[in-house]
Write a protein of this length. Structure first.
Length: 117
């Protein structure tokens, strides 16, 4: 049974992950779409090197591409749901602390919204 993948929506309806993805080239979007399809199919069975735990209930979807590498940070919710909370081009060895803080804040907001439903 597939998982549902959705993206974070800010308090005023902003969709930062969608905006990031919309800004990618067509080939890069195709690569990301393929990775998201894999996430829909595999859900919490997706493992390294495609996915990596960041702790605190967050994971990163790891996507290689000449314009990247891209990282999509996500968390799992009840009902076989995945919520993408942040997306970025990875430029450093370690995920920057401010990126992790932002992703954690967004995921906490998702969890507070009617239990994330």
């Amino acid at each position: 049974m597939p998982w549902t993948v959705d993206d974070y929506r800010g308090p005023r309806g902003a969709r930062p992950v969608r905006d990031f993805l919309d800004g990618l080239s067509v080939p890069a979007r195709a690569r990301v779409a393929a990775a998201l399809t894999m996430l829909e199919q595999e859900g919490n069975r997706l493992r390294f090197p495609r996915s990596r735990s960041l702790g605190g209930g967050l994971h990163e979807l790891r996507i290689t591409h000449p314009e990247g590498p891209f990282r999509l940070i996500y968390g799992y919710r009840p009902g076989r749901r995945v919520v993408l909370v942040h997306a970025f081009v990875k430029r450093t060895e370690q995920t920057p602390a401010e990126v992790l803080r932002l992703a954690r804040d967004r995921f906490a907001a998702v969890e507070r919204q009617k239990g994330g439903e």
